[in-house]
Design a protein. Structure first.
Length: 254
């Protein structure tokens, strides 16, 4: 039988203890419950705290589960429910728009494509589920960065690589762009990630009105754009799809 790693077993025991019973526990309570010395337990808690899995109340000194652990758990549940709820609506979006539809979520400082519906024509296309897209240049990424504080911070930490001549590379310009996204409720990418390609995306919210992903369409600029920019019928189709998925996730009307 393979040997287990004792430090991981102990860390798991701490997390299970904090996940049940009282909301917050002190060092002595945790140490006695898992049968370890206070010094060892404090070392475990300090490491878990550094990783965001545990938080310490500044007033009482007691410990509770951290936001990072909760976000990881919610992300697993949200992604699977999100994709299941979005299947029909993204099919409708691709059909009504005539373009490829994508569903993306925040993952490792980028956008992970979790669902892709092909453009409804006879052209040869490649399934992009599992592909990663940048946060700072794509429509999906801008939506996540505008409405999700975690995605916003990760976009700033990742930096602003110039992918094409149109890519925004200055933090101040990026922040102004996100202000526009928040004000209008959708984001665009016109040649900022791929030459000659345009995209539009909108946020998907869950029952807590928290952004859990984004949905969008991507196509050639000559199809997506008119004399005054993105065709508004395409923007409306994307926003309607985002609202429909959000309602199915319990967000209600917005």
């Amino acid at each position: 039988m393979a040997r287990t790693i004792q430090s991981l077993e102990r860390a798991a025991a701490v997390l299970r203890l904090l996940a049940g019973g009282e909301r917050r526990l002190g060092l002595s309570d945790i140490a006695s419950s898992i049968g370890l010395a206070k010094g060892t337990t404090h070392g475990l808690l300090r490491t878990l705290q550094q990783e965001g899995f545990v938080e310490q109340d500044p007033h009482s000194g007691k410990y509770q589960l951290g936001a990072e652990l909760l976000r990881l758990g919610n992300s697993y549940l949200d992604v699977h429910e999100l994709r299941a709820r979005a299947l029909v609506w993204t099919d409708d979006l691709a059909r009504s728009s005539g373009e490829s539809a994508y569903l993306g979520v925040l993952h490792q400082q980028g956008v992970l494509i979790v669902h892709h519906v092909f453009r409804p024509d006879d052209s040869r296309q490649v399934l992009e589920v599992g592909a990663m897209q940048p946060l700072h240049s794509t429509a999906l990424g801008k939506v996540l960065a505008a409405f999700d504080p975690v995605a916003h911070n990760e976009a700033l930490e990742t930096g602003f690589e110039a992918i094409t001549e149109r890519t925004v590379t200055e933090p101040a310009d990026f922040e102004a762009l996100l202000d526009d996204v928040r004000a209008r409720g959708w984001a665009s990418d016109v040649g900022e990630t791929w030459e000659g390609v345009a995209s539009v995306a909108a946020p998907i919210l869950d029952r807590r009105k928290v952004p859990v992903g984004a949905v969008g369409i991507t196509g050639a600029e000559e199809r997506m754009l008119g004399p005054e920019g993105l065709h508004q019928r395409l923007v409306a189709a994307v926003r309607d799809c985002a609202r429909s998925v959000s309602r199915d996730l319990g967000a209600g009307r917005f």
